[in-house]
Each structure stands twice: as C-alpha cells, then as structure tokens.
Design a binder for this molecule. Structure first.
Ligand code: AMP
Length: 115
C-alpha cells in the first residue's frame, strides 16, 4: 500500500532499525520504545489490522507468532525473563498505524492492567 508507513519500512523505502527479516515478515525497533526492548513484527504484505485477517493468513500469522516472535525473544535474551505481546486493534484498542503489527515488549517488569 503506497501510503502505508510500515509497507515503506518493509520495502526499505524509509529507514528503520530492522532486527529480523524473512520472506514474509520483518521486525524492527519501535521509534518510541516503551521498554528496553520494544520490537514491532509485521507481515510484509499489507494487512490493515486484526479485523482484516482471513483464514488465508493463518500460516502467515502462525509463522509470526510461533516462529519469528519466539526466535526474537530468544535473540534479545528476554525469553526466560518474560515479555508482553500486544496487538492493538481499532480505535478503542489505540491502533495508530493501520498495518497489522505485533508489539514484542520486554526488558523490564510489566504492570497490569494496561492503561
Ligand atoms: P499502535 O499504537 O499499536 O498502532 O502502534 C504503532 C507503533 O508504531 C507505536 O508504538 C509507534 O511508536 C510505532 N511507530 C510509528 N512509526 C514508526 C516508525 N517509522 N518506525 C518505528 N516505529 C514506528
């Protein structure tokens, strides 16, 4: 999608601190980190958010959640200490970028409930 900032990051049209990439996903450091480790994992193809997911995206999301994310947590050395995984959806969910992204947040003790 031409006016999507995360598509531009995936296509290397704008700079970002990429920490992981494969054929279908890319992960980069959040511009405004909320913890010592704050990574965004995105599908390379444009999906606006959770509401736009279809059954055809099951393998892609399974790959992101079950392969890319645990590998990143391990590589960042937060797999054992723990971390939070967040997908914000829609207005009440405070989704600000309309390209599906999984927040991987760690390196400090989290609080609950989230704000
Ligand atoms: P959300 O509120 O779930 O839509 O999260 C969007 C996230 O994207 C926020 O944490 C922003 O700090 C982050 N963000 C926005 N633009 C960029 C960018 N160009 N590079 C890295 N992170 C970004």
């Amino acid at each position: 999608m031409s006016d999507c900032i995360f598509c531009k990051i995936a296509n290397k049209e704008i700079d970002s601190k990429i920490v992981y990439e494969d054929e279908s996903a890319v992960a980069f450091r959040d511009l405004s980190p909320q913890a010592p480790e704050h990574i965004l994992i995105i599908p390379k193809k444009h999906i606006g958010g959770v509401n736009e997911l279809t059954g055809g995206d099951a393998a892609l999301m399974g790959h992101i959640m079950a392969e890319a994310l645990p590998k990143l947590a391990k590589d960042l050395n937060i797999a054992e200490s723990g971390y939070r995984v967040v997908i914000n959806s829609g207005e009440d969910g405070q989704q600000t970028v309309k390209h599906l992204h999984v927040h991987l947040i760690g390196g400090r003790k989290m609080t609950w409930p989230p704000g």
